[in-house]
Design a protein around this ligand. Sequence first.
Ligand code: GUN
Ligand code: ZN
Length: 431
Amino acid sequence: MATGFILKGQVLSFTGSPFGGGQPEDAARLQEAVAVQDGLIAGAGTLAEMQARLPEAEVRDHGQSLILAGFVDAHVHYPQTAIIASWGKRLIDWLNSYTFPEEMRFSNRGYADEIAGRYLDLTAAHGTTTVCSYCTIHPESADAFFAAAQARGQRVAAGKTCMDRNAPEGLRDTAQSAYDDSEALIERWHRVDRLEYAITPRFSPTSTPEQLEAIGALWAKHPECLMQTHLSEQTDEIAWVRELFPQARDYLDTYEEFGLLGAKGLYGHAIHLEERERHRLREYGAALIHCPTSNTFIGSGLFDMAGLMAEGQRIGLATDTGGGSSFSMLRTMAAAYEIGQLRGTPLHAAQLLWLATQGSAAALRMDGKIGNISEGKEADLVVLDLASTPAIAQRAERAEDLWEAVFPTIMMGDDRAVAEVWIGGRRVTGG
Ligand code: GUN
Ligand code: ZN
């Protein structure tokens, strides 16, 4: 048996949800040390307690740094890595001008391997240990991503994107090939090591009713899989959906009608929801994925975090790279805070950190394994330096409590704040 190791610092974990109605900080707990053995968290407590548990373990002292579960990014497009921060377009034009031409390149397995590796290295350097990614329509783009994550020992979900209309030649599959290729990928990758398959219709404008029906049948056959798609991101998009599906009651209905609404469903953006949609999402316990840097960057709108949380929706947080303008969940938390402010409902630092870890893990139905520091969870950890730049350091120095000390890093931090990252008990960055 390995001797394990102990990280000492300000170890942050959650004992409940900071959206539960009490003081947000009451849902969080600070401890002195976390012990790791055989890739799992052996416990958290005082250093003496952890040393009693693992007497042979090396102790890595991180001083006043914050140690928490690795960030979980619940909605990304790894193939858009190289076109992040492309200027001046709104959703549909952005897809046609930048995204589709880049996604075309992923028919080449070598290119897909290169970008998958680059993406996972970049995100690990930003403290992200789990992502749920769209691939492209090419099965080899999913093979490349799963192989890269497997080599890094990472817990990820991903799926081949399905599109059979309103996309250029070379970037369309069919109802049948989407079904067959997705199922072959499920058989190859689902629950292999730490990998999970997410059935991935891109969004209803790029699937015919026949394809949505086929994908619904696939999900019914493989209910153990996640299903991810986009919902009500921009008003122009919603108007287009109404034209394409004149019978549908609303945007969500274009999924619901074909069996694509469920508890393991992930609905990216979900900004301009109608009452009926909110009701049905809540009833099914589906997950809404908030992508704040994307929503400001592409000009989509202001997600109603406070209202949706108050009605009991399940919500995760995500970059939506490369519609989102950052690989960093710190930048993403900052944008979520700003959107909250624009709606008159600022989020507490405990709520932001919870969303980026446990909240997203719960959205992905992985909270039994990751997303928090507690005994038996997988040891995906990030160590944050709360004084990583002069600007942050001078503000944090004035802090009177932990939350005031953390908030400048949330608002102004980036990969420079990420001192160390551990994936499955293995250190991947940091000295
Ligand atoms: N809707 C459909 N596809 C996409 C995408 O790639 N990014 C974003 N932000 N929205 C989408
Ligand atoms: Zn997206």
